[in-house]
Design a protein around this ligand. Structure first.
Ligand SMILES: Cc1cc2nc3c(=O)[nH]c(=O)nc-3n(C[C@H](O)[C@H](O)[C@H](O)COP(=O)(O)OP(=O)(O)OC[C@H]3O[C@@H](n4cnc5c(N)ncnc54)[C@H](O)[C@@H]3O)c2cc1C
Length: 420
């Protein structure tokens, strides 16, 4: 059977962009479908805006503690509207790197629209039907809003819309003491909000090392954040959140705005996968094997839709075209491990798993002392080289170069397939 595409990638966030780019580099015919903004969370609502906000917050903090740094008579005032304009500028500056125009110029066919998986070889986008040998689902995740009584009547902030603020909230309640809750609590406190950080766990950052989490808690408290761990939210009214306390006396925390950051939910439903019986884990992430293949043999997945904790050993299994992860020791190294964020690494792994499929001839990794990673992968007759900025959180610094190998191996990036 002939297919129009070797690969259709659903979602143009970090994972989907890099998967599409690597596939195009090894001369696969690849279509990339995005229903929202190119660049996904990392560019539009995640790494880029948050790290830009944090940079302004850090500058404000340093200036307001100028004497610690040997500075005298430093005065400064936060202009929050300008801080947020800078955040939006940062996104706009990077956006061309993740744009359809750029990806088209790199050999990726880009389509705007909502993708629906019809079967293992067909993706629908509006009235267009794309046939394909393989599909990569890189649909990401979205903020989870817990069903706390009253929450539906409150204009909540999440990591999706907090970037639209133009006025600094006087009192900000942050619900959720994970990485996003902690970093935004600190940033807003440094910019001048009175912040309460609430979590029902008995400590912040429950997935992190307890000693490291304790340091974060101490620093936040020193910077004026009211840290309320061990408090479960029982009701949210438009001006206050009610918390359950150990002694059951209850506590009301008044706020001007509330930011809900209690976790993120994988986008694994609503575009056909459930109709095909593609399995999910209890938390909604897609079940994948060591080669990032879902329970449907032609559908792969990467990035936040499978969860953020993929390991190097898993990816090495993918590189070698095996279903089972192999152990990594000695000189073996995750070839995608030095590239940017989890999403980028996963996209790299998925593309290599599919385009390589047991036919990877060689791979090598170098890391410069500035953290810049370089990955070379030779796949059968054709090779691809990927160079990524290790410190980069976006695809900005990712460059792919296609190279011909002298190897007469038999990888065929043409579109025939037995459907296996
Ligand atoms: C506030 C915040 C700060 C963060 N900071 C960092 C950080 O400092 N470092 C770091 O490494 N990570 C950070 N992250 C996490 C990082 O943003 C994500 O891990 C990364 O963006 C995941 O990439 P992805 O490609 O899997 O998903 P996404 O970026 O979410 O992309 C998925 C894309 O798929 C599209 N899509 C979904 N369904 C369909 C469909 N049916 N048809 C077409 N398109 C579809 C969506 O519109 C979306 O654009 C942060 C996240 C947040 C929220």
């Amino acid at each position: 059977m002939k297919y129009e595409n070797n690969l259709v990638v659903i979602g143009a966030g970090s994972a989907g962009l890099i998967a599409a780019l690597i596939a195009a580099t090894v001369k696969a015919r690849v279509s990339l479908v995005e229903s929202g903004a190119m660049g996904g969370d990392c560019l539009n609502t995640g790494c880029v805006p948050s790290k830009t906000l944090i940079a302004s917050a850090k500058a404000a903090h340093v200036l307001s503690h100028g004497e610690r740094y040997g500075l005298k008579n430093v005065v400064g005032e936060v202009d929050f509207a300008k801080v947020m304009a800078r955040v939006r500028d940062a996104i706009a500056t990077i956006a061309p790197k993740d744009s359809m125009e750029r990806y088209e110029s790199l050999g990726v066919r880009c389509l705007a629209g909502h993708a629906k998986v019809v079967d293992g070889h067909t993706v629908e986008v509006g009235d267009r039907r794309l046939t394909t040998r393989r599909i990569v689902v890189a649909a990401g995740a979205e903020p989870f809003v817990p069903p706390i009584p009253g929450i539906g009547d409150v204009d909540i902030l999440t990591s999706d819309n907090v970037w639209d603020l133009n006025e600094l909230p006087g009192r900000l309640a942050v619900l959720g003491g994970g990485p996003i809750g902690c970093e935004l609590a600190q940033a807003f406190a440094r910019l001048g909000s009175q912040v309460a950080l609430i979590d029902m766990e008995d400590r912040l950052l429950p997935r992190e090392d307890p000693d490291a989490a304790a340091v974060v808690e101490t620093v936040l408290a020193e910077e004026g954040v009211e840290v309320l761990t061990g408090h479960r939210a029982t009701r949210i009214d438009p001006d206050a959140i009610t918390l359950d306390t150990a002694d059951r006396s209850g506590k009301r925390v008044p706020f001007d705005r509330i930011l809900v950051a209690v976790g993120r939910r994988a986008r694994s439903t609503g575009f056909g996968l459930e109709d095909l019986g593609v399995q999910t884990n209890r938390d909604g992430t897609l079940v994948v094997n060591g080669a990032l293949r879902t329970t449907s043999p032609t559908i792969y997945a990467c990035g936040d839709v499978i969860g953020p904790y993929q390991t190097g050993a898993v990816s090495a299994g993918s590189i070698h075209g095996q279903d089972d992860p192999i152990s990594l020791d000695g000189n073996d190294k995750d070839p995608c491990g030095d590239i940017g964020s989890d999403g980028l690494r996963d996209g790299c792994r998925a593309a290599i798993a599919i385009c390589g499929e047991g036919n990877v001839k060689s791979m090598s990794v170098t890391t410069d002392k500035d953290g810049t990673g370089s990955v070379s992968v030779t796949v059968g007759k054709k090779g691809g080289e990927v160079t990524g900025g290790g410190g980069s959180q976006t695809t900005t610094d990712i460059v792919c170069r296609g190279t011909e190998s002298n190897d007469s191996g038999s990888n065929d990036s043409g579109s025939s397939d037995s459907g296996s």
